[in-house]
Design a protein around this ligand. Structure first.
Ligand code: ADP
Length: 485
């Protein structure tokens, strides 16, 4: 039985429509390989219609008070919470993650709507002591206009609201292009947006198959009407978008790949670190951009830690995300499976020790066994590429400086984690890691109230928190003069 919120058309300008070409593509359940639905394959013309709809809706939406926009976002959040179970079921069906994680994601997604409903009202400007006696200086923050969001499949609901909520709260209109593997969550969220009273054209969704993504992307980047694009996805596509945005100088926010170090120092609380690494590594079957990619364990704890983690990994239960007791869903698609297999093989060929797992799961499809590798070294591809699978790659280190140097030896800089009880070391290491997010004594850092984003090739811009709305505004300086008698 499929949930009620399953939509197979796109919301453009307040209408539910198919693609102009009439073409559709299939959405597959990665756990069963069954077809869940067919949704529109949109292209240039469909995107143009969405851009025009957003452009027409913009003046009215922008003119509303922040409180009025906030009330609609609050209602949207309420509707997501009301329909949490259906949304969670749909998310698990199309993405594969276990239902408990889907429920958490739906609450996380709703939290962005609630948070930015309030932040819109706090989009304060400034007054600056003037440089002249006859003038005053005011600073106001204004919306940018028509914006676009391009989202990935690993958090099909939360990534939508993390972009749409601040965009709309600040008075912008949006065209959203969800990932081809998980468009159904975005369409369900759009249904609730409509119910909550988001006016026609303010929030539009265009779906497309993998092969349509460049055309959809190009329609967005080549339009002079689209003033900003916020993208979450691979560094490869992020760089491509930077180049495509050059002609119109379209503003870009990028949340790209990561290669998170997870450091366990010798003074760490062993059990806490063990729990933290499991959450950080195996949540969503390792398919998050902030998953622990390189696990660095001090040589004093190394052997005990490897053994304990492999015992935990061996107890994880793979299966259908909707079933009780299951902790691990499948990988999203065969491409992901091939990458994980390649990285594990390369590591073993180059001398890594396989402690547990290391192969396709007997369930078949794209299920991969929770895996632990140790004796991982810098020569192995697994250290340099984002694994995006349930494989813990453990490296050994001796000193604080060595750990920091290994941790920073990557072009990426999204999240980093470490466990220590030494307050001096905590500050030193937190400040030394070249990342945008640091988890100290925790493996779980995502929340709508804190700024999420990276440095280096992990991107630019921040999402969530009071900082997350700034990227969706333009600062205007008003010099008010002629004030003297
Ligand atoms: P992944 O490899 O994890 O699927 P991608 O970066 O390829 O990550 O995809 C993230 C999002 O970017 C998806 O919505 C995808 O459709 C979209 N995308 C992929 N290629 C392009 C492109 N050339 N232009 C615009 N969006 C794209």
């Amino acid at each position: 039985m499929l949930p009620k919120l399953l939509r197979t058309e796109c919301l453009i300008g307040g209408k539910w429509v198919g693609s102009k070409s009439g073409k559709t593509f299939e959405v597959i359940n990665p756990a069963t390989e069954e077809v869940l639905a067919s949704v529109p394959r949109m292209g240039h013309e469909d995107v143009q219609t969405a851009i025009t709809a957003a452009e027409s809706a913009y003046p009215k939406w922008k003119a509303m008070t922040a409180a009025a926009r906030g009330n609609i976002l609050d209602l949207w959040a309420e509707k997501m919470r009301e329909h949490s179970e259906e949304l969670s079921q749909l998310l698990t069906l199309e993405q594969g993650k276990v239902i408990a994680e889907s429920r958490i994601e739906i609450e996380y997604a709703a939290s962005f709507l609630s948070w930015f409903a309030g932040e819109g009202k706090r989009l304060y400007g400034d007054t600056i002591p003037s440089h002249r006696t006859d003038s005053r200086i005011l600073v106001i923050k204004q919306p940018i206009g028509v914006c676009a969001g391009i989202t990935p499949w690993n958090f099909p609901s939360a990534m939508v609201t993390r972009k749409a909520a601040p965009a709309l709260a600040a008075g912008n209109c949006m065209i959203l292009k969800p990932a081809e593997t998980t468009p159904l969550s975005a369409l369900a969220i759009a249904t609730l947006a409509e119910e909550a009273g988001v006016p026609a054209g303010v929030f539009n969704v265009v779906t497309g198959a993998r092969k349509d993504a460049p055309e959809i992307g190009n329609a967005l980047t080549s339009s002079p009407i689209v003033k900003k694009i916020s993208f979450t996805g691979s560094t490869l596509v992020g760089k491509f978008l930077v180049r495509s945005c050059a002609d119109n100088l379209t503003k870009l926010s990028l949340e790209l790949g990561g290669n998170a170090p997870f450091i366990v120092f010798d003074d760490a609380d062993f059990d806490d670190a063990l729990l933290g690494v499991q959450i950080c590594k195996y949540r969503n079957s390792g398919q998050t951009c902030i998953s622990a990619n390189r696990i660095l364990v001090h040589s004093k704890l190394h052997d005990r830690f490897v053994e304990a983690l492999s015992n935990c990994a061996a107890k994880l239960i793979s299966g259908l995300g909707t079933e009780d007791g299951v902790t691990q869903g499948p990988l999203i698609e065969s491409r992901a499976m091939e990458k994980v297999e390649r990285l594990v093989k390369d590591a073993i060929d180059k001398g890594a020790t396989l402690v547990t797992g290391g192969k396709r799961h007997e369930l078949g499809g794209t299920f991969y066994e929770p895996t632990v590798l140790c004796d991982v070294t810098n020569e192995m591809a697994i250290v340099h590429e984002e694994i995006f699978g349930p494989v813990a790659a453990i490296m050994r280190f001796e000193t604080e400086d060595e750990a920091i140097s290994i941790a920073n030896d990557t072009p990426y800089g999204l999240a980093g984690y470490f466990y220590s009880r030494d307050v001096g070391k905590i500050f030193r290491v937190a400040e030394a890691l070249d990342v945008g997010i640091v988890g100290v004594n925790t493996g779980l850092i995502s929340t709508e109230i804190a700024p999420f984003g990276g440095v280096k090739e992990s991107g630019t811009g921040r999402e969530g928190s009071k900082y997350g709305i700034d990227d969706w505004t333009s600062i205007k300086y008003i010099c008010l003069s002629g004030l003297e008698k």
